[in-house]
Design a protein around this ligand. Structure first.
Ligand code: SAM
Length: 279
């Protein structure tokens, strides 16, 4: 966490050590979050001075955090929906042989905040599915924003943490389901209204399976939202693989949440092209 070292608190002479209950980067859970709340408030009061805006834009990012915040402590995510404040507690774990699913990646926060901003139009009442959900932040947020239903999917070895986060955040109409990209999706009742995936463009060897799954889960009315951060080693393969079947636009920075956006996270919106007729 780079921000706390530059935050001063004049009343903090006898401040107790923060309790390590939750690794919040989003406004709650101990002294760190108090500092971040103060930082957010200061920035708003400063009328968005460039220095404060810079700090605010950095304060939520998780990739520079020490490992215990990324793996050992839960991540607490705050949001507003229907005029009410809410929060999710997302459990994390150290990486094992099951890959990189067990921490909350920055791009999932960017997409979750984008959904929060546009929840009425994008999520409410919609049938949603998340691919490679990891800890499940995006899909669980969608459920809290009034999705009609949400399926959180991942590789078999990552489902227990996903289920723990699903049930621990008392989301209605959500289920966890195994989905290895490229595999049969008959059990999922496609097409969906919305498909989400974050930080899944890093392994070129599974890009064709991922795109095959996007095709199976969608029709021309499905909105597919894909966000990814610095781990984008297979971006070219992905763009090549989708070009015949999908229209793709990059979601402009002005449409993202003004704080929860950054230069190293990109978001794409994909729409299926009408089925080509053989010539
Ligand atoms: C970097 S993690 C991102 C997790 C989560 N979406 C996030 O942004 O916090 C990549 C995710 O893709 C999943 N994944 C990787 N290869 C997969 C495959 N072949 N089929 C299904 N899921 C896969 C991983 O299990 C993991 O959950």
């Amino acid at each position: 966490m780079p921000a706390p070292s530059v935050i001063s608190n004049s009343r903090s002479k006898k401040r107790k050590k923060p309790k390590p209950e939750a690794a919040s980067v989003d406004g709650e859970g101990g002294a760190t979050s108090n500092k971040l709340q103060k930082l957010n408030k200061d920035t708003a009061e400063a009328g968005g001075s460039p220095v404060n805006a810079f700090l605010r834009a950095w304060a939520w990012k998780r990739e520079p955090l020490p490992d215990r915040y990324k793996y050992d402590l839960p991540y607490v995510h705050k949001f507003v929906s229907g005029g009410q404040e809410g929060s999710l507690t997302i459990q994390q774990k150290r990486f094992k042989e099951t890959g990189f699913a067990s921490t909350v990646w920055d791009s999932s926060i960017v997409l979750a905040k984008y959904l929060e901003r546009w929840q009425e139009a994008l999520v409410r009442g919609k049938r949603c599915i998340e691919l490679g959900a990891g800890c499940g932040l995006v899909g669980i947020c969608a459920a809290r924003f009034g999705a009609g239903s949400v399926v959180l999917t991942d590789l078999p070895g990552n489902l227990s943490l996903l289920e723990r986060n699903r049930s621990g955040n008392s989301t209605q109409d959500t289920q966890v389901s195994e989905l290895v990209w490229g595999a049969d999706v008959a059990h999922l009742e496609a097409p969906f209204d919305v498909v989400f995936a974050t930080d899944v463009i890093y392994d070129g060897s599974v890009i064709h399976q991922l795109v095959a799954t996007l095709i199976k889960l969608s029709n021309e009315r499905t909105r597919i939202l894909i966000a990814y951060g610095r781990n984008r080693w297979a971006e070219k393969e992905f763009m090549d693989a989708i070009q015949l079947d999908f229209d793709v636009v990059e979601v402009g920075r002005e449409l993202l949440d003004s704080v929860y956006a950054c230069d190293d996270v990109k978001m794409l919106s994909l729409t299926r092209l009408a089925r080509r007729t053989p010539t």
